[in-house]
Write a protein that binds this ligand. Structure first.
Ligand SMILES: [Zn+2]
Length: 286
C-alpha cells in the first residue's frame, strides 16, 4: 500500500461531515480531527503548520514548505476537508478494481492525500524549491457556506498558482458552478371565490413565468458558454381557498459557471422585460 493510499484510508475513516448536514452535537460533524491528523503528518516532516481559526472547532489547516532561498512565488494547494453526510459504511474505506471508495474519497480527500503526500515527499527529500513556497491549505465548510476559503482570502494570502483539487477526471477546469437565487413575485387581485373573474389570479401569472423559465430561458442558458441551467422552486401563494390568490412568490434557482464576477445566469434587462411582459406586474425581488 502506498503512503498516499494509507493516508486517504485514514482520512476517510475520520468523518468530517459539514455540520450543516447533521443535527447539533453529532459526533461525525466538523473538520477538526482531520485537520489535526494532517497537522501531525505535516509537522513530522518539518513543514510550518498553523491551524487558522475560522469557526469554533473548525480551523483551516495551513502547512507551508518554504523554499531554500527567498520566496519569489507561491503555489497554493487548496482542497477542502469537509464532506457531505453519508451512511455508516461509507466511513470505512474499501478498495475495488484498484479504486478507493468511501465518503469524500474523490471530493476531496483523495486530492488532500495526494497533495499532502507530495509535499511531504519534497520536504523529506531535502531538495526544496529554490524560490517557490508551496502552501497546503485544507479548508473547512466548502460544502455549505465556503467560510474556510473566505477566511483564507481575507487573511491576505496571495498565490501565483492555485489548485483546488475538485474532482474533474484530471481535466483542467478553470470555472466553477455557482448558484444564483432569484425571487420572483407576481401580484394578482383578490376576488371572492364565487366571482373569480373579477380578480386576477397570481398563481396563473406565475405559471406563465415558470413555463417561460423552463422553456425559452432554460434553452438560452443551455446555449451559453458554460452550459448554465435553471429551475423553479419553492412557490408559495397567499390566498384563502375562497379567494383567488393575490400574490405569489417563487424562488428560482439558476446554476451557473461563474468566473470573476461574470454571472451568465442572471437575466439580462431585455429578458427581465420579457418576463415582466409575460405576466404583467411581476417584480424581481433580488
Ligand atoms: Zn468538493
Amino acid at each position: 500500500m502506498t503512503k498516499t493510499e494509507k493516508l486517504l484510508r485514514e482520512l476517510i475513516s475520520i468523518p468530517s461531515v459539514n455540520p450543516a448536514f447533521l443535527p447539533a452535537g453529532d459526533p461525525k460533524a466538523g473538520e477538526r480531527r482531520v485537520a489535526e491528523c494532517l497537522a501531525a503528518v505535516t509537522t513530522r516532516v518539518g513543514l510550518d503548520v498553523e491551524l487558522q481559526h475560522v469557526l469554533p472547532g473548525r480551523p483551516n489547516l495551513l502547512a507551508r514548505l518554504s523554499p531554500s532561498g527567498k520566496t519569489r512565488q507561491r503555489i497554493l494547494l487548496a482542497p477542502h476537508l469537509d464532506t457531505v453526510n453519508g451512511v455508516e459504511a461509507q466511513f470505512t474505506p474499501r478498495k475495488s478494481n484498484g479504486r478507493i471508495f468511501g465518503r469524500g474519497a474523490c471530493d476531496t480527500k483523495g486530492s488532500v492525500a495526494a497533495m499532502v503526500s507530495s509535499i511531504c515527499e519534497i520536504a523529506k527529500s531535502g531538495r526544496r524549491p529554490a524560490q517557490t513556497e508551496i502552501v497546503f491549505a485544507g479548508l473547512v465548510d466548502e460544502e455549505n457556506a465556503q467560510r474556510g476559503s473566505r477566511a483564507l482570502a481575507a487573511s491576505g494570502l496571495k498565490a501565483d498558482l492555485a489548485i483546488v483539487g475538485e474532482p474533474t477526471r484530471a481535466q483542467i477546469v478553470t470555472a466553477h458552478k455557482g448558484d444564483l437565487w432569484l425571487q420572483l413575485q407576481t401580484r394578482g387581485k383578490s376576488a371572492h371565490g364565487a366571482r373569480p373573474e373579477l380578480g386576477r389570479n397570481a398563481v396563473h401569472q406565475m405559471a406563465r413565468v415558470v413555463d417561460l423559465l423552463e422553456t425559452e430561458y432554460a434553452a438560452r442558458l443551455r446555449r451559453s458558454r458554460h452550459k448554465t441551467n435553471c429551475w423553479a422552486a419553492q412557490p408559495s401563494a397567499s390566498a384563502s381557498s375562497m379567494a383567488a390568490p393575490s400574490r405569489t412568490l417563487c424562488r428560482i434557482a439558476a446554476r451557473s459557471a461563474s468566473i470573476a464576477g461574470h454571472c451568465p445566469a442572471k437575466p439580462s434587462r431585455a429578458f427581465a422585460e420579457r418576463f415582466s411582459h409575460c405576466c404583467g406586474g411581476m417584480s424581481f425581488m433580488r
